[in-house]
Design a protein around this ligand. Structure first.
Ligand code: AMP
Ligand code: TRP
Length: 336
């Protein structure tokens, strides 16, 4: 990454997005947003972060409250530390070129490849009565989001790796057919790019009740959620490799430090861990990190005009780039 950075005098473009499907949770924060923030703080990086509302409507949703959901993500983006002086915030559907590019890119990608994607297969199981074309087209629209801005790095959790692979395949196919146009974007992964579910099975996910801690949760709520994490007797000859204890120890490391985690691991292998104490301390540590985020969220909630201005600036900035890319793509494809 560093090498590429030095070769070019131009700014390195970064793009990522989150679906407005509910309050953000620790998985989104640790796997996604922390990466967004890390990159906005680097010199010579030009970051665009989106609320991908067109992706959100591929799963069942309520149109009457959808605008609130979109706003919520913007508030949480700002509250977590996305700084409009260092990055641009956009709402995907306000820039129609995303859809236009998605259609164009869809014409050079095989149906068979989309059908094999693990994310599509999972969704089919998760929402068997809602298998729509949008869901099928999801990875193409995501590729369009990224390629529209010619982004080189995409901060996302590990769950998005198959989608990034599709994006790279599309970039390569386009360049091969129509001449060099798009860079092949790379995933920018955080150290913990996969946060497991509090249930001890699968990933922390908005669509799985009981699996997550939200960024807006109060201390009593965090305590209650941690209390439900399944544990064991607290000691053994070997450290557990899966289940609730693994999740707890990962969160201990992330919120209380590596040393603390190692101390618990030693206890596990000797006199044993008392989970009540571990969970109480962990709840405090998580809340300590979330409290300033919640305060900042409230500030932006109380200053809606400021938020509108930030979004308008983002829209204008991104629109310019989007128009240029679409023009170039249409020219190369022989449409103009
Ligand atoms: P989503 O809510 O699915 O739109 O995800 C927004 C961002 O959070 C994406 O970058 C995801 O990869 C990331 N993310 C979601 N869940 C997790 C998780 N359990 N662990 C790590 N990253 C996650
Ligand atoms: N698929 C991503 C998720 O579920 C959201 C997304 C849509 C995205 N377009 C994107 C992420 C472009 C990164 C870049 O989290």
């Amino acid at each position: 990454m560093e090498k590429k950075e030095k070769k070019s005098n131009l700014k390195t473009r970064i793009f990522s997005g989150t679906r407005p499907t509910g309050f953000l949770h620790l998985g989104n924060y640790l796997g996604g947003l922390k990466g967004y923030i890390e990159l906005q703080n680097k010199k010579n990086y030009d970051c665009i972060y989106a609320v991908v509302d067109l992706h959100g409507i591929t799963s069942p949703y309520n149109p009457k409250t959808y605008q609130d959901n979109v706003r919520e993500i913007v508030l949480e983006y700002l509250a977590c530390g996305l700084d409009p002086k260092k990055c641009h915030l956009i709402i995907q559907s306000q820039i129609p070129e995303h859809v236009e590019l998605a259609y164009l890119l869809g014409t050079i990608y095989p149906v068979s490849r989309l059908e094999q994607l693990p994310t599509y297969k999972d969704k089919k199981k998760e929402q068997p009565k809602y298998i729509n074309i949008g869901l099928f087209y999801y990875p193409i629209l995501m590729a369009a989001d990224i390629l529209l801005y010619k982004a080189q790095f995409v901060p996302v959790g590990k769950d998005q790796s198959p989608h990034l692979e599709v994006t790279r395949e599309i970039a390569r196919a386009f360049n091969r057919h129509f001449g060099q146009t798009f860079p092949e974007p790379e995933t920018y992964l955080m150290q913990y790019s996969y946060i497991p579910s509090l249930t001890g099975e699968g990933k922390m996910s908005k669509s799985k009740l009981g699996s997550y801690i939200n960024l807006i949760d109060s201390l009593p709520t965090i305590r209650k959620k941690l209390a439900k994490v399944p544990t064991d007797s607290g000691k053994g000859k070997k450290l557990p490799e899966k289940g609730g204890v693994v999740v707890l120890l990962m969160l201990v490391e992330l919120f209380e430090g590596k040393k603390k985690k190692e101390a618990y691991e030693k206890l596990y292998l000797s006199s044993g861990i008392k989970y009540k104490g571990l969970k109480d301390e962990l709840a405090e540590a998580i809340y300590k990190e979330l409290k300033p985020i919640q305060k900042k969220r409230k500030y932006y909630e109380e200053h809606p005009k400021l938020v509108d201005e930030i979004l308008e600036q983002g829209r204008k900035y991104a629109s310019e780039i989007a128009k240029q890319t679409i023009k170039e793509v249409k020219q190369k494809m022989g449409l103009i």
